[in-house]
Ligand binder design. Sequence first.
Ligand code: ATP
Length: 326
Amino acid sequence: MTPVIETSGLTKQYGEVRAVSDLTLTVKPGEVFGFLGPNGAGKSTTIDMLLDYVRPTAGTVRVFGLDPRADIKEIHARMGVLPDGVALYDRLTGRHHLEFAIGVKGADDTVEDLLDRVSLDRVAATRRVGSYSRGMRQRLALAMALVGSPDLLVLDEPQNGLDPHGMREMRDIICAEADRGATVFFSSHILSEVEAVADRVGIMNRGVLVAVDSIDSLRTDLEGGVIVDLVVEGAVDEDALAAIDYVTIGVVGQSLTVECSQDVQKSALIADIEATGVTVTDVGTRRASLEDLFTAFTTDVDSTDQSTVGAGVPESETDETQEVTA
Ligand SMILES: Nc1ncnc2c1ncn2[C@@H]1O[C@H](COP(=O)(O)OP(=O)(O)OP(=O)(O)O)[C@@H](O)[C@H]1O
């Protein structure tokens, strides 16, 4: 089956900054794929290359097996996009936006149905968008992305501007779209939201894809995915703790976070930790959350790397972006 998204060696260089470096990634039909990474990791740049808003420096990208540089109209016809920093027309009403989107796609959706799907008030839809809150703008933009029941939804930070209620609705919409067979590729900082809906996640760090798998498999990669939280009394000797080589220990004040495999015996672990000169006063065990995985995969890197996040990119380099209108 042709992958919905396929990149190979995909790279984008802005002057000194490598925004995306040698990205090879495949997203299969029907998958909900969460694209994660800290600020400046290269998520939006990757999405922009899928949409041909930005041209790669090297490598290839295919969407539905097509090249965005040559076939962007065909790709857009089968895709719904919620871009980062949505551009809406303040003077037009929500209803006008949806009518426009339905017209462009030649779709048979009704405005009312779209409004209901994103829980945007029908009366509010008659108001100009200039008066909308951030959350309302986000809901409207999502409704526009849903027009025509696209085969692929690309959502850049869809939870932006949404309150917890809106986030839950966004989760439901993503699940409903997946249930009808759509592929969903979305970026997010809200890890719990990603954990709730994604079949697989890709974690970007400084332009590099540092992990890609299901959340459960990533847990297994992370030494079995058990976290032991400890509170200790006494002087914490970080070097001595680092020398306990069968676990990874994070230290914040008197709290230790220990990543370890399931077969590590807690009593032996505590004995080894107390041998460094502290007394353990509290112990808790939990499974690694996506938050733990995210921290483990994105806390590492040599800060002199060429792809360093936000490495003072001069303004003049921003014109390397090749804007392309679809
Ligand atoms: N047009 C541009 N000109 C120069 N540098 C850019 C441009 N666009 C992005 N960059 C740089 O590329 C890197 C990746 O940025 P990108 O916006 O893709 O990250 P992101 O993961 O989407 O971040 P965020 O989560 O903050 O939106 C950053 O260092 C950014 O400063």
